[in-house]
Design a protein around this ligand. Structure first.
Ligand code: PFF
Length: 485
């Protein structure tokens, strides 16, 4: 039976989708915060080095694995490797688990956008404070589940349209729109009084400690693993997303150039997101006399408490900026989530094709979204631990495991903390030492490019495994609070 896998309509469409996958919640709340906390420029420098020598290399590796085998992540590993065929399962487990909280956070974005929209449309009563709003939202279990469902319905509607008819179409509009909205928010943020303090937090080495945002600078290993973990999550690596997207790419496209564009665009947006949110958050804190150490600059609280307060206090234009901002974050979340849904869906579609059946995309995507909804319901009901749900690792009311205060942390620990760095460590060993770099190099550039060949081979054999081992250690140290460094 003919296998109609589908393909991207154009290289630009592919790039938009891959950048869409990379640009997500991780860019907006992870990068700026970790950068400020971990020494500003030191973090940026380490991040950039890792992005070039590790991220860019793995990006080329993943895209070429997908395109060479024309299969999703499980099939790709099976057909390339004798020693590590099972690594593909790790890379399908991680995205499925990540979706459990990504969908809930996406639902929160819809909630906040609707809230600002209704305020914009009807004006009226003063908005409640971000903290009150957030805790009310977490406590409202029905609402959280309903918004999660809405977010997943959007993903379902896009993914069922297929590669070019759904994912590509959404990103072709969504990515440029996101960029424009980001520029609008940056202009507003930088023109707020006290914005310079926020910029200094992000950029000036040691400023976060000097100005009292944090008590002390973290050590080098901690910075290395924070930057590495962030880079991996942000570039959507080691989760099968790039293998899957690469498997739908035309043979004639150059993977060196494409990988470089994705890495540069994602890093640029992370940096821009930092300039959009941190100065605004700091400015608001200063104006309200909040102690620097008390301003929440990272994680869900940055998005749903600190920034909501910024919009609340902006006066009449506040809700308008609120709508623009939460729509921007929502688009970023959707474009990443659909790549995660696609990793799992492609697996089932390829499996059906291997068995000689024609997989029904609508059905497959539907059931994948149903399965995600089930796990996401637990995370939504938990409300970041505020609703007293039992979390694995707790016994007799006491938390005997330090890594999981709530279901979101637990899911994050399994996926981002362990599966992701472990998966890419094994991937680099497979490419570098088992199947050998040249197996993929032909796929990467079709021809002779000795500089790239040498760069790719050295990085994938030596630098990537070493960096991955460090990152894995750092992530385990962090998630399990082992305090090894
Ligand atoms: N890159 C996304 C972010 O920065 O939020 C998250 C992500 C999406 C990770 C897709 C992995 C993935 F396969």
């Amino acid at each position: 039976m003919k296998n109609e896998r589908g393909s991207w309509g154009s290289n630009i469409g592919f790039l938009m989708a891959a950048i869409g996958s990379a640009v997500g919640l991780g860019n907006i709340w992870g990068f700026p915060y970790k950068m400020g906390k971990s020494g500003g420029f030191t973090f940026l420098l380490i991040y950039l080095l890792l992005a070039v020598f590790v991220g860019f290399v793995i990006m080329m590796g993943e895209l070429s694995m997908g395109r060479k085998t024309r299969q999703g992540v499980v099939g790709a590993y099976h057909s390339l490797s004798k020693r590590f065929p099972w690594v593909g399962w790790l890379a399908i487990f991680a995205p499925f688990i990540i979706m459990s909280f990504y969908a809930v956070l996406g639902g929160y974005c819809i909630d906040y956008m609707a809230l600002n929209l209704s305020n914009l449309a009807f004006g009226g009563a003063e908005l409640t404070s971000g903290a009150d709003l957030f805790s009310a939202m977490l406590a409202n279990q029905f609402g959280s589940v309903a918004f999660t469902l809405l977010f997943l319905l959007i993903c379902y509607a896009i993914n069922r349209g297929g590669i070019s008819g759904g994912i590509e179409k959404f990103n072709n509009v969504g990515m440029p729109a996101l960029f424009v909205m980001l520029v609008i928010i940056i202009i507003r943020s930088l023109t707020l009084p006290g914005a310079a303090e926020g910029l200094k937090f992000m950029l000036v080495p040691g400023y976060a400690v000097k100005a009292g945002f944090i008590a002390s600078s973290p050590g080098l290993v901690t910075v290395l693993s924070a930057a590495g973990g962030q880079m991996f999550f942000s570039l959507s690596l080691a989760m099968g997303a790039m293998i899957t997207y690469g498997s739908y790419l035309d043979k004639k496209e150059n993977l060196v150039k494409n990988s470089a564009v994705i890495v540069v665009a994602d890093t640029l947006v992370a940096f821009m997101a930092g300039i959009a949110v941190i100065p605004a958050a700091v400015s608001n804190g200063i104006r309200n006399g909040v102690e620097m150490s008390q301003i929440k600059l990272g994680g869900p609280s940055l998005l749903f408490i600190t920034l909501q307060d910024v919009f609340r206090e902006m006066g009449a234009a506040g809700p308008l900026f609120g709508v623009i901002f939460y729509l921007l974050v929502l688009i970023a979340a959707i474009s990443s989530a659909i790549s995660l849904v696609e990793v799992v869906s492609t697996f089932f579609l390829d499996r059906a094709a291997r068995k000689g059946r024609e997989g029904n995309r609508h059905k497959v995507v539907f059931w994948v979204c149903v399965a995600i909804m089930i796990e996401a319901t637990i995370v939504a009901l938990d409300g970041l631990g505020s609703n007293g749900l039992w979390v694995p690792g707790q016994a007799g009311g006491a938390n005997i495991r330090p890594w999981n205060d709530c279901w979101l942390d637990f899911m994050d620990m399994m996926s981002e903390g362990v599966a992701m760095p472990l998966g890419s460590l094994l991937m680099s060993l497979m490419i570098g030492w088992e199947i050998k770099p040249k197996t993929l190099l032909n796929e990467i550039h079709h021809g002779s490019a000795s500089n790239i060949d040498r760069f790719f081979s050295i990085c994938i054999r030596f630098i990537v495994p070493l960096a991955m081992a460090f990152i894995l250690l750092g992530q385990i140290n962090d998630f399990f609070s082992l305090n090894l460094f």
